[in-house]
Design a protein around this ligand. Structure first.
Ligand SMILES: [Zn+2]
Length: 249
């Protein structure tokens, strides 16, 4: 547990984005008696909502879910419907979702407003809720028991503090301001390790599965490795779908 002892302010070279560190982190929280809750819950002291936005790697989401299961920890995994890097309705991703649910994790919609409205536009609430609802309806054709919460991908300013009738916004006043909000976005825990200033009463913790791996790597390196993994996956898919063999080419 070297990373939490480093004071904030300095760049912490010790914090590594590895499953080993993640295990360490879960163990710390478990040994301090934290319980893990869902977005519908109002948290009591020493309770945490653990959230994962699946931006590009469902396989890594599964890996993270398995690590959490070792510590009897449950989380909510948010998947995108229209992500160019994975297809939530593909057989392999649906299987991953099924496995996560079987471990007790929740699944929710990771909604990208950017494909409907540009940066400068604040959509009318009703249009936004319609878009969100239509994506939820589509997900529900294949995924049972979706979380009532929706997490916004690269959240625009107008999302913060907003309450919606039809879903729980993970950036509403309760989840984002009342609870302590602790996020690993773009691996910022290298410079500001979580809990360096003490452990929260209650918190929402956001962890992006894509940023983590067996061995440490910077955000850029991680993406490069995941691009390689994606190429391998594509090669296999082409081979099995079209019976071509790239090795003999
Ligand atoms: Zn995202």
């Amino acid at each position: 547990m070297k990373w939490a002892m480093v004071s904030t302010g300095d760049i912490d070279q010790n914090f590594e984005f590895t499953y080993e560190t993640y295990r360490d982190l879960l163990e710390q929280l478990r040994s301090r008696g934290y319980q893990f809750r869902k977005f519908d819950d109002r948290l009591s002291e020493k309770e945490i909502i653990l959230r994962h936005d699946v931006d590009w790697s469902p396989a890594k989401a599964l890996r993270m879910g398995q690590v959490e299961q070792e510590y009897d920890v449950t989380a909510t995994y948010f998947f995108m419907l229209s992500n160019p890097l994975y297809n939530v309705f593909s057989e392999s991703v649906l299987k991953i979702i099924e496995k996560l649910q079987a471990m007790g994790h929740e699944i929710g919609l990771h909604f990208s407003s950017h494909q409907y409205w540009d940066e400068e536009t604040t959509p009318p609430k009703e249009s936004l809720e319609d878009r969100v609802q239509s994506e939820i309806n589509i997900l529900e054709t294949r995924i049972e028991g979706l979380s009532s919460a929706v997490s916004f991908h690269m959240p625009p300013d107008w999302v913060f503090g907003e309450v919606f009738d039809s879903f729980v916004n993970t950036y509403n006043g309760y989840c984002f301001d009342d609870l302590e909000y602790i996020a690993d976005s773009r691996q910022r825990w290298r410079s500001e390790p979580p809990f360096a200033d003490g452990y929260p009463d209650r918190a929402q913790i956001l962890v992006h599965p894509g940023s983590w791996g067996d061995k440490d790597a910077s955000f850029g390196e991680r993406i490069e490795r995941d691009i390689e993994a994606k190429f391998d996956e594509l090669r296999e898919q082409f081979e099995s779908a079209y019976r071509v063999n790239f090795n003999s080419a």
